[in-house]
Ligand binder design. Structure first.
Ligand code: ASP
Length: 362
């Protein structure tokens, strides 16, 4: 927010539609309501292509069909306090959050069923492998796609300097943020909680760090992270094998930071002022979206719409940052890996200290 890389001129330069927003804290409250509504979709099939959104009646077509009676009593109460009129409408977009929530519940039930549910687990493992293969093929084609996108936009721009300056500043902002986070938050947390030297720890995990920088996939880096932690940093196998798979799935510091920065950038491009409530909403959503992000190259591009739409910003604008995403993807993946490593290190040292205290003095 201090650097303010978002420049509203770049929307005019790039071929992205105008956006009529009705910002304000009331609207943000509705986005938070929608967030919880979408968390528990009525129908899992519908959730794959539709999500629920509250619209202020003044900004909608006000048709009798759209103005259904489905608003909840809490929304109705809120409306009466703020003298607003709203309705719930379906939006043709994937309800990522709802699907994530149902998947977690589904997985818990499958796990509880034990061996009887093994065929279901096998089926999903195979489906996962199939999707991974698809992603690999698409990743091989992505440089051509990105080059074509940038080429097309560059030809159409009147003043490419403004766009390049703004996007350059945005990349620099995210890079500085990631670097600061690694040095100040992660390393200091490790120093305080593990009472150990973070630089020495970093040296041990360096190979995994470089691999994450190269592959932009924390999932692909997982075996190397595991080996570095166990062989170089002396982390107990049971701890690394417990922390890393969870960390790779849900602990994505770099991605969360990136998602928040990208959303604030889009808000600046649209000249939407962000107050304290919006910042809290962005932080909350970025953290949730990072949990839902796959540890794959460009994984955050699939979940950024969750954060952007939570603020009522135009999802189309994510194409602005998609052009430079590959550059930042490598950096945030390395920070994700570092976060997992430091967590395992902290847990290992705590465990060691607890064991030393528990054992009888000789
Ligand atoms: N590439 C990241 C990872 O694998 C995910 C993302 O932020 O896109 O951790």
């Amino acid at each position: 927010m201090l650097i303010k890389p978002g420049n509203s001129q770049i929307k005019r330069q790039l071929d992205i539609g105008e956006f009529g927003i009705h910002s304000g804290s009331n609207r943000t409250i509705y986005h938070i309501f929608d967030l919880f509504r979408n968390l528990f979709p009525d129908n899992i099939m519908v959730a794959t292509f539709n999500l629920v959104e509250t619209k202020l009646v003044s900004e909608s077509d006000n048709s009798s069909e759209a103005r259904n009676n489905s608003i909840t009593s809490i929304t109705r109460k809120f409306n009466s306090v703020f003298a607003l009129d709203t309705m719930l409408v379906g939006k043709s977009e994937t309800n990522v959050l709802g699907m994530l929530c149902i998947s977690i519940i589904f997985a818990l039930v499958v796990k509880q069923m034990g061996d009887r549910a093994q065929p279901v687990i096998d089926l999903f493992n195979i489906l996962n492998n199939v999707v991974m293969r698809f992603v690999k093929v698409i990743m091989w084609c992505s440089p051509i796609g990105i080059f074509s996108l940038i080429g097309k936009q560059a030809i159409q721009m009147d003043d490419p300097g403004v766009t390049l300056r703004s996007l350059g500043l945005y990349c620099a902002t995210v890079s500085v943020g990631l670097f600061t986070h690694s040095c100040l938050v992660q390393a200091v947390s490790y120093f305080v909680l593990a009472r150990s030297n973070p630089f020495k720890f970093f040296r041990g995990i360096f190979q995994a760090y470089i691999t994450a920088l190269g592959t932009a996939s924390s999932a692909a880096t997982l075996p190397i992270t595991s080996r570095c932690l166990e062989e170089n940093n002396g982390i107990e196998r049971k701890i690394s094998r417990f922390v890393l798979p969870i960390g790779v799935t849900v602990n994505m510091n770099g991605t969360a930071l990136y998602l928040a920065a990208a959303t604030i950038f889009i808000a600046q491009v649209n000249e939407v002022p962000l107050g304290a409530l919006e910042i809290v909403a962005v932080s909350l959503m970025a953290t949730l979206a990072a949990i839902g992000t796959a540890g794959l190259p460009g994984g955050a591009l699939a979940t950024i719409s969750m954060v952007v739409s939570a603020l009522g910003l135009p999802i189309d604008d994510t194409t602005l940052i998609a052009k430079v995403d590959w550059l930042l993807d490598h950096q945030r993946t390395a920070v994700n890996i570092l976060g997992d490593g430091f967590c395992a290190g902290i847990l290992n040292n705590m465990n060691r200290r607890a064991a030393a205290q528990a054992s009888p003095r000789s």
